[in-house]
Design a protein around this ligand. Structure first.
Ligand SMILES: NC(=O)c1ccc[n+]([C@@H]2O[C@H](COP(=O)([O-])OP(=O)(O)OC[C@H]3O[C@@H](n4cnc5c(N)ncnc54)[C@H](O)[C@@H]3O)[C@@H](O)[C@H]2O)c1
Length: 248
């Protein structure tokens, strides 16, 4: 698909990767829809004139259905979905220092599954239904993580990222006949506010050192990977690894 014809929905576009991608892609694409639960941040941010912002908690399937209908019926529709919204959560399966219950909290487990996995399913099902009904070609990109390979202390996060990669593979097989391609991108450590708030300086320096090229990723590089997948008609089903060689 040519970028100039892309009408892109970016979930989680109020901050971090999502905001960066929305602003960058808006300069090349026809239209960008930003969907995020953080209404205050959506109002605080400046967005380009071809960006429509929509506030929605993507863990609520009825709300997701409503906003998908609004995008397709009232705002000219979309042909690219970037499932980017997510929460990073670190918690060991067993915490010996925690009393009396040493096990991973079930409510934390459910919350991470809800945002990082269930919401991806709800949003993609609604968008794919619209695309198939309108006989429109499309591209769906799931933002995964190197955690899909299994990160120590991140049971829930790792499970959701492996699952969204599996969904992209499944959907690429199911939806290929409708000219809808699906793929994932698995970023390593990027220089974003969420990375800086989840890792202290010492941990950041340690991770940087373990990347063969000794640097954190720049959000522009994630955007370039998204542009590649949108434009390359033969890229389908796979996970594009974007980690500076960390997982080699
Ligand atoms: N930052 C990194 O280095 C990194 C590395 C690998 C993968 N990722 C992945 O990239 C994606 C974006 O991460 P980020 O670092 O930009 O995080 P971020 O916290 O800056 O942005 C995430 C956005 O998702 C939104 N969101 C959360 N729950 C939502 C919900 N229920 N409904 C709608 N929106 C919701 C938040 O409001 C926020 O604006 C995530 O999926 C994350 O797992 C990030």
């Amino acid at each position: 698909m040519q970028l100039k014809n892309a009408r892109i929905i970016i979930t989680g576009g109020a901050s971090g990767f999502g905001y960066h991608m929305a602003m960058g892609l808006a300069t090349k694409a026809a239209h960008v829809f930003v969907v995020d639960v953080n209404e205050d941040q959506l109002l605080r941010n400046e967005y380009a004139s071809n960006i429509t912002t929509i506030s929605c908690d993507l863990t609520l399937p009825d709300e997701v259905e409503k906003i998908a209908k609004t995008i397709f019926n009232d705002h000219g529709g979309a042909n690219v979905l970037i499932n980017n919204a997510g929460i990073i959560h670190s918690e060991p399966l067993i915490n010996l220092l925690q009393r009396p219950d040493k096990k991973h909290s079930i409510s934390n487990w459910k919350k991470v599954i809800d945002v990082n996995l269930n919401a991806v399913f709800y949003m993609t099902a609604c968008v794919a239904e619209q695309l198939v009904t309108k006989k429109s070609a499309g591209v769906i990109i799931n933002i995964s993580s190197i955690a899909a390979q299994g990160n120590i202390g991140q049971s829930a996060y790792s499970a959701t990222k492996a699952a969204v990669e599996a969904l992209a593979k499944t959907w690429s097989k199911e939806l290929g006949m409708f000219k809808i391609r699906c793929a994932s991108i698995a970023p390593g450590f990027f220089d974003t506010s969420s990375t800086r708030s989840s890792l202290n300086e010492h941990m950041l320096a340690k991770w940087k050192k373990s990347v063969p090229i000794n640097t954190l990723g720049n959000p522009d590089e994630l955007m370039m990977a998204v542009e590649f997948i949108i434009q390359n008609e033969y890229y389908n089903g796979k996970t594009l690894s974007l980690d500076g060689g960390l997982t080699l």
